[in-house]
Design a binder for this molecule. Sequence first.
Ligand code: FAD
Length: 428
Amino acid sequence: MTHYSRREFLRKTGGIALLSAWGLPLGATTSTKTKGRVIVIGGGYGGAITAKYIRLADPGIQVTLIERDKHFISCPLSNEILSGEPDIESLTFGYDGLRQHGVQVIHAEARTIDPVKKTVITADQKILPYDKLVVSPGVDFQWDAIENYTPEVADTQMPHAWQAGPQTLLLRQQLVNMADGGLVCITAPPNPFRCPPGPYERAAQIAHYLRRHKPKSKVLILDSKYAFSKKALFTHGWQVHYGDMIEWVPGAEDGRIEEIDPENGVLIGDVDEFKADVANVIPPQKAGAIAFTAGLTDESGWCPINQRTFESSLHQNIYVIGDACIAGEMPKSGYAANSQGKVCAAAIVAELNGMDSPEPSYVNTCYSIIAPGHGISVADVYRFEENQITSVPGAGGLSSLGASKRDQELEVGYAYGWLKNITSDMFG
Ligand code: FAD
């Protein structure tokens, strides 16, 4: 674990520029008097970073993180578990690093929020008061969208594996148990959903395993959509590495699955039925459950916010970040959640110091590994314009279709480096 002095850390992250941009003299922020109580719900890609950066920017603010699990398992790079590459321990992180930054970590389920009394009530009936509340619960699933697809079916027969953990391991085991010549079906959800390139990277990682161990098998992607992220790069990569092993069935050609028969492994669309040996059903998504019980969602199932500060449009002093919020043109990704967490932390620190929130800028990069030595990426920079987060033209880009082998290899290295850096940023 790397430890920086506070000044060194702020210099590395641009924090000194941020603090001075708010007009906060650095010495003034080292006061031990409590300027406010911030609670963060959810210690994943969005919440962990917000809790840490508020403490880094102003140790005078008391920060409590409420996270239900003792360990966090990263979804980024979890598709690789399906090909048998990393083990799940390498993607598992604890919260001691955050405690060292003075964040009080409580492992509990946040059950309700009272926006009037400004309290969070946990499942074990603790009542915790806040001045500012950050909610970063990730996604939940629309369990009524696919007939017969229930949490029990997902846990035991047709895993979604869209929250890394036991279901990822179940899916891996099902692939290992499958006979050569078997059919793996992945259902890809409609927009918006967590990690737009994820199902297509998953198909590649599964094919990577099958090509080596069960080469007569096939991967069918049954998609609700007509297009998907980095499509040209994925289809090119699939063809180069796996020939015809991966087939994509778009919504227009009955890729949309409406019902399942879990006992017989059947996925049912409007016209066709697909008999799968392994079925990875990734259902349509919505904001994490606490966002609904707290009245933070609108009719879309996601949380409307002021996209400059991430404060809820529905409740004052509550901020929603990460997958659960509606963040303009930003995708639902771990890197986006990290970037939003930093903007939100800056806005909260400024407000608790009686200042205006600084001008935000946001960033996202998503790497996907198609095969060993072949990575691709999409990158974007965003700004706040006309009340919403918009992509800055020309500031990002996609990997080139004609990238050299060396560049493809470098992208794999960048993907691993990205995970190492972002998880040290969160938990170090
Ligand atoms: P999360 O990271 O899921 O954190 C939510 C946390 O809140 C969890 O720890 C949960 O336990 C906790 N929680 C929820 N409700 C409560 C409650 N009521 N009380 C207490 N705790 C609660 N993104 C990338 O940037 N790059 C990638 O390469 C990438 N690959 C991916 C691959 C896959 C297969 C998948 C599924 C996703 C991938 N993502 C990737 C997306 C990324 O995982 C999410 O966008 C990111 O995790 C969102 O962060 P979050 O804070 O919103 O939610």
